[in-house]
Design a protein around this ligand. Structure first.
Ligand SMILES: [Fe+2]
Length: 575
């Protein structure tokens, strides 16, 4: 049975394909269009998934769309009646999007040539948060789990909790639009002078530089409720007509200003983009981060009591808060936590497909997913042909010489572009499309900023560590395949890996498993044999653009920057 899932006309548009419940391919459309968070119809991702499965759309049994315009329809209409001015723009915007959803058949027909009527029969609409929940639960290793989806908003919902057992889950409760943890975090991200869609991670990176002095002040903004959820004080937030994420003809998500003058009165004037970051800004970032963590603990602790379970699955944009994720097990009775590699909206395509497979068609659960490698792939011959076509000189090494040469380059202060196997699904580079450096260097940040990325000095670089050594370097020992959790690094190890130790002594780790990432594992292990350190600094292979997807994009990035070595499978290009 073949199911194609898509996230369309929404930020981080994507497609995923399941063959008999196995995730065969999944990718974000931004990797093809080269526009970050691209939000149109995922035409190229769909064609990629079909190609990888070796089929045409005719052979797809079901198409799962991660959006249901009918979800909470009555509530939407009530909202419109109550907020005739404020709500009008929102509802119009949503209706326009619904129309787009209804014209999906046309888009599918355009790119595949398959008759619209045939396509229509195959389509299932799966509500946004149920798609998030499915992406986490059905991909998890748990037979039973408590479930949380938490984001800005989707299908008039911003948070949903549930309980999953085998191939079914049940929704327990939800929070209606516009009251939202995601929007709360985004409002302060904007107030702190980071206006772009997806800038929230900058506040998370800034937080350790401040003191959480204003947590109590934030209790007036969001109220924890007795049912384990929350409400907000609407004085702080603009009416919904301005807060909806909109997409122009360029398909770039744009979020209007969320905070009101009242928010500025209470928390200070918004920082101009690029203006100095004062201690107040750092303290506010620390407070927002700390408060968000408390709110998440409040939700999951109630969920734990309500379900009595030890396993938790989380997805949604707020599940990208790896700092909060890393603290959940310590601050709750949950013993295990699973978050998918694409916990944000790109994961909607995969989640909708699993929802149809397990929940609707009642198929049995399939293997848990610990690999994010479901994207583009190029073999050595294709790469050689490409490099020759560009007149680039290169050497093709066998595996053992390759690992030896790359690690020598890293040890000699080199910065290496590492392009291997299938690209990652999700926002993190996990050793398939990564830029690597020596984590032992005190000056690695300056080195990377000088050679490749000019980014804010407060933002940390992340460690990839061999799975067997997590316990030796980190205060918590867990499987972290997708860099989805931040853990404290043991004090005695701070000085051996300074480049990946954040100011507060933490690291956003990827635990590298030899079965999941054999080549990346081998590279790090070769570095370990030479240096005694089982860790590499890993940052995404890009430069102010989506992560590179093809050898051509990798080569262009290499040529644009001062990277020392480019590794495309076994082919090495050097300056
Ligand atoms: Fe979402």
């Amino acid at each position: 049975m073949i199911i194609l899932g898509i996230n369309a006309y929404h930020a981080d548009s994507s497609a995923a394909i399941l063959v008999d419940g196995k995730l065969l391919a999944a990718t974000e459309e931004e990797r093809f269009t080269r526009v970050k968070h691209w939000a149109g119809f995922p035409a190229q991702s769909i064609l990629f998934c079909l190609k990888e499965a070796g089929i045409t759309l005719n052979e797809v049994d079901h198409i799962a769309i991660g959006r249901d315009p009918k979800a909470k329809l009555m509530k939407k209409l009530m909202y419109l009646l109550k907020n005739p001015m404020g709500g009008f723009g929102t509802v119009m915007n949503r209706l326009q999007n619904s129309r787009k959803v209804s014209s999906l058949e046309k888009e599918f027909a355009n790119i595949t040539g398959v008759n619209e009527k045939i396509i229509k029969q195959k389509i299932h609409q799966v509500e946004h948060h149920r798609s998030h929940l499915a992406s986490a639960f059905f991909a998890s290793p748990f037979e039973e789990a408590a479930l949380l989806s938490i984001d800005g908003s989707g299908d008039f919902t911003t948070t949903m909790i549930g309980i999953g057992k085998l191939n079914q889950f049940e929704v327990l409760d939800s929070v209606d639009f516009p009251v939202s943890v995601g929007s709360f975090y985004t409002a302060f991200t904007q107030l702190l002078g980071f206006p772009h869609y997806g800038d929230e991670y900058k506040v998370m990176g800034l937080a350790p530089l401040g003191e959480p002095k204003y947590v109590d002040k934030l209790r007036d903004v969001i109220h924890f409720t007795k049912n384990g959820l929350f409400n907000w004080n609407s004085k702080y937030f603009k009416s919904a007509k301005d807060v909806v994420v909109t997409y122009g003809d360029d398909h770039i998500p744009f979020v209007g200003t969320l905070y009101t003058p009242f928010m500025e009165e209470k928390f200070g004037k918004a920082r101009e983009k690029g203006a100095e970051l004062t201690q107040y800004h750092k303290d506010l970032a620390a407070s927002v981060q700390r408060f968000t963590e408390e709110l998440i603990f409040h939700i999951v602790n109630h969920l734990q009591k309500r379900t009595g379970l030890k396993n938790l699955c989380i997805a949604g944009g707020v599940a990208q808060n790896s700092v909060a994720n890393g603290k959940i097990l310590k601050n709750s009775e949950f013993e295990n936590l699973y978050i998918p590699s694409a916990g944000h909206d790109a994961g909607i395509s995969m989640g909708a497909a699993y929802y149809v497979y397990n929940q609707v068609l009642k198929q049995p659960r399939t293997q848990a997913i610990y690999s994010a490698y479901t994207g583009s792939i190029f073999n050595n011959d294709e790469i050689e042909t490409y490099l020759q076509s560009r007149n680039i000189s290169y050497t093709r090494y066998d595996d053992s010489e390759l690992y030896d040469r790359v690690t020598n380059c890293l040890i000699n202060s080199g910065v290496v572009g590492w392009f291997q196997g299938r690209a990652e699904f999700g926002p993190r580079a996990l050793g398939a499309r990564s830029i690597l450096a020596d984590p032992r260097r005190n000056d690695a940040k300056d080195l990377l900023n000088a050679k490749i990325k000019r980014r804010e000095s407060f933002r940390p670089f992340a460690p990839s560590i061999l799975r067997e050594y997590v316990d030796e370097y980190f205060e918590l020992n867990d499987n972290v395949p997708f860099m989805e959790k931040v853990f404290p690094i043991k004090k005695e190890k701070h000085s051996s890996i300074p480049a990946v130790t954040h100011v507060d002594g933490t690291g956003r780790l990827q635990s590298v498993d030899s079965k999941v990432s054999p080549r990346y594992y081998h590279l790090i292990d070769t570095f370990r044999q030479k240096t005694g350190i089982p860790v590499l600094l890993n940052t995404s292979f890009n430069e102010n653009e989506p992560i590179v997807n093809t050898p051509g994009e990798a080569l262009d990035c290499y040529l644009r920057t001062k990277m020392d070595m480019l590794v495309l499978e076994n082919c090495v290009v050097q300056r």
